[in-house]
Design a binder for this molecule. Structure first.
Ligand code: BGC
Length: 767
């Protein structure tokens, strides 16, 4: 845990430059627009430790798999979103000496991520080794109004000398991924062009032929007036630059505005990239920095008006929740159904920028409530489009039918290569099925089931049908050799969560079939024919539903995480000497596997997901049993515990878990923020406010709220979009207000009572 950032409701602020924190800050201060994103690297040269990273969504590389011992069924490659052209670079030389914060004395350093406006800025005074001082003020953004455009304003003022400054704005495609399996570089040069007006670079991936073209241009102002410069061109392999020298007087400011367009072959034909990039760049340059900034700020204002959460009376919590919402909105905007949400977004390379079950289990609810239905729908369509690959995956592993979605993927193919996860963490199939229910239940878009949903559900059900094991002696079905969400246990039998999700999927698939048969008979007929669905299959599903084995402890009346769970030493985490934590950094893997400690919500994940199936006593018994054994060493864990603690009225626990999830990266709780932020778990943080403290659920097409003030806040408010209304819910100490910000009346249920909130008016209910 490390706390060095200033508290502020709308900004993340770092005061003073400590190189020890730089890589953590590079992650935290990342910016992006759903189409591209980058770590908060410096524009000018920096020779200290840094992870340079600029990423284009969906541009990836199939890096050859690296494993210790090859096992049949492993994928050939691990897809990773590539570190792509570094387009922010501006080298600065002062009378021939490089400006490099690793060797300068740095004063008055401030770095700020303005979340309201979506900008990253930095100012500082640097004293060079020869005693010359310059003041730098830089600001940049990746436009969310024009997704291919990035803009930088870089201002530099000599403070104590007259001399010369050489500026070298550049595009550098000679970059590599830190996580490259064989230390390989993945890019080849295709084209570079430097004209007096601009410079362009096209690089392509060594495999898959993704092309990325970046085009840059700039304007220069000295003392407030535009100046024209005569640049020298520099070409190196995969690198283009302009260089120009300006004579400067002390206290006279020089401002460089750098405009860059980044376009890719995902969206444009290979032959068009340069002209498309140039046109986008020219129009950005003509519009100019300030108007571009204003349209970007306006676009952020629209996003905030749909998704902001306001916490009154606790600035740490306020800053944290906005940080989480900001990062989610920077990572995915739902415009492109080929894209998804990597666990680190654009903030780092760990997890390869690929798609995990995190999307369905954690992120979907955020996008369901804070954006148009089409956005969440695109997340589902993404999986629909991968169905054929999921069927191939099941075949490859020896199943005769059905679909096993990959644990980690970019294009639908499995990329993960540890047997205990790739082959065993099959609960992901349950989350993907559940997301269909979640979407339809929330939006009411029942047509999705006939259009796409049933096919996915049926193929997942077929997978479960073959994956279960019938044990005649017990007349029970079992699921053997799995890893549940708790990855601190592998190859276990009958993980309660996995068995429950399998049965839930089978039940829901049967319900959907019945619904279609009754309400959309022609669609039903077509789909049954397309799927070649047989009666013997559906009756087998019913049999599995009736006879699934669930590990249970009669004495404690709790569901058991797996068979044999109680054979372990049940010493709670609080009785461990704190020097043992985090276990994944202090203990051998062997010791972790034999212990009782739970990495992340597992049984509780199931209770949270399938909440309607359990009464409050069951929730309480299971929570009281599992929470003391959970170490929350996955960022996905505390939010689930926080939400359940809210329902149980465990105010302090709910708040403790909320702080842990919401400030996970800002306070570097898990000591790993330099690898990137935990973007997917940020959606869990949002859930812990809206589903936890707000108690939001959707039942029979009605939005239910059960708000709970954690006691540390004067009030909090959140916004949700639900069935063509946008509601703002404010929870203060003594009352709950629901404001309908749209025109049509909305029905809500608060604390068990039904209300109609007329358009543009509100209701107030005492707590
Ligand atoms: C968690 C998984 C998760 C992955 C990516 C792992 O540490 O155990 O549940 O899918 O991180 O976020």
């Amino acid at each position: 845990m490390k706390q060095y950032l200033k508290l502020d409701p709308w900004s993340i602020i770092e005061e003073g430059f400590d190189p020890q924190n730089h890589e953590i800050s590079e992650s935290i201060f990342s910016i992006g627009n759903g189409y591209m994103g980058q770590r908060a690297n410096f524009e000018e040269l920096y020779t200290g430790p840094s992870l340079q990273g600029s990423y284009m969504a969906g541009v990836y590389y199939p890096d050859k798999t690296r494993v210790g011992w090859w096992k049949n069924g492993y994928p050939e490659y691990f897809a990773k979103v590539l570190n792509s052209t570094n387009w922010i670079g501006i080298d600065i030389y002062i009378d021939g000496v490089a400006l490099d914060l690793a060797v300068c004395k740095v004063k008055d350093f401030v770095r700020e991520l303005n979340m309201k406006e979506g900008t990253l800025s930095r100012s500082f005074i640097a004293e060079l080794p020869d005693g010359k001082e310059v003041k730098v003020e830089a600001i940049r953004f990746t436009s969310i109004a024009r997704r291919e455009i990035g803009v930088i304003r870089y201002a530099i003022t000599p403070l104590n000398f007259n001399g010369s400054i050489t500026f070298t704005p550049y595009l550098d495609g000679d970059v590599k991924n830190k996580d490259s399996n064989y230390d390989e570089k993945f890019w080849l040069e295709v084209l570079k062009e430097v004209t007096p007006e601009d410079a362009a670079l096209t690089i392509k991936t060594k495999k898959l032929d993704f092309h990325v073209t970046s085009v840059m241009a700039y304007t220069v102002h000295q003392n407030g007036n535009p100046v024209s410069v005569t640049p020298e061109a520099t070409h190196k392999e995969k690198y283009v630059a302009h260089s120009f020298k300006l004579g400067v007087q002390a206290k006279e400011q020089v401002v460089l505005y750098k405009y860059v367009a980044n376009v890719t072959s995902r969206d444009h034909g290979y032959g068009q990239l340069l002209s498309v990039g140039r046109t986008a760049l020219q129009s950005a340059k003509e519009i100019g920095f300030q108007p571009l900034l204003e349209e970007h700020i306006k676009a952020w204002a629209d996003k905030w008006s749909e998704s902001d959460i306001v916490i009154d009376g606790d600035v740490a919590a306020q800053q944290a929740i906005r940080f989480n919402i900001f990062q989610l909105n920077q990572t995915y905007n739902g415009e492109d159904d080929r894209l998804n949400i990597g666990p680190k977004g654009f903030t780092g390379e760990k997890y390869g920028g690929s798609t995990y079950w995190d999307t369905e289990a954690y992120c979907l609810p955020f996008y369901l409530s804070t954006a148009d239905d089409s956005i969440a729908r695109n997340l589902l369509v993404y999986r629909y489009k991968h169905l054929e690959k999921a069927k191939e995956n099941a075949k490859k592993l020896g199943f005769s039918k059905g679909a096993l979605y990959p644990m980690v993927t970019m294009n639908g193919e499995e990329c993960h290569n540890e047997w205990e996860i790739t082959f065993e963490e099959i609960h992901r199939n349950g989350a993907i099925a559940y997301a269909i229910y979640n979407y339809v239940n929330y939006t009411g878009d029942i047509s999705y089931l006939g259009q796409y949903g049933l096919e996915v559900l049926a193929e997942i059900s077929r997978f479960w049908e073959e994956r279960v094991n019938y044990v005649p002696a017990k007349d029970k079905y079992m699921i053997l050799g799995v890893t549940g969400p708790n990855e601190y246990e592998n190859n276990i039998n009958n993980n309660w969560y996995t068995n429950s999700m399998a049965v839930w999927t089978l039940k829901y698939t049967l319900e959907v079939l019945e619904h279609l048969q009754k309400n959309e008979p022609s669609v039903y007929k077509e789909l049954v024919a397309k799927l070649d669905l047989k009666e013997e299959e559906t009756s087998k599903w019913s049999d599995i539903i009736a006879k699934m084995h669930y590990p249970y402890d009669e004495e404690r009346q709790v569901f058991l995480q797996q068979d044999g769970f109680l054979d372990k030493d049940l010493t709670p985490v609080k009785d461990l000497d704190p020097s043992n934590l985090p276990l994944n950094q202090q203990w051998s893997w062997d010791r972790i596997l034999r212990s009782v400690y739970i990495k992340q919500a597992d049984v509780l994940q199931g209770i949270f997901t399938l909440r309607d199936q359990f009464n409050l006593d069951e929730v309480k018994r299971n929570f009281d049993f599992y929470e003391p054994l959970t170490v929350h060493e996955s960022s996905l864990s505390p939010c689930v515990h926080s939400i359940l603690a809210c329902e149980l009225g465990y105010k302090e626990k709910a708040y403790e878990m909320y702080l842990r999830t919401s400030r996970l990266d800002l306070d570097n709780y898990n000591n790993d923020t330099e690898d990137g932020c935990h973007t997917t778990s940020m959606a869990g943080t949002w859930m812990s406010v809206v589903h936890g403290f707000g108690g939001l659920r959707v039942q029979n097409g009605v939005l239910h709220l059960n708000p709970f003030n954690p006691g540390h806040w004067k009030s909090f408010s959140f916004k949700v979009m639900f069935r063509s209304s946008r509601l703002k819910v404010t929870v203060s100490e003594h009352d709950v207000t629901v404001l309908n910000e749209t025109e049509a009346p909305a029905n809500v249920n608060v604390y068990g009572n039904d209300y109609t909130v007329n358009g543009l008016s509100h209701i107030q209910i005492s707590i």
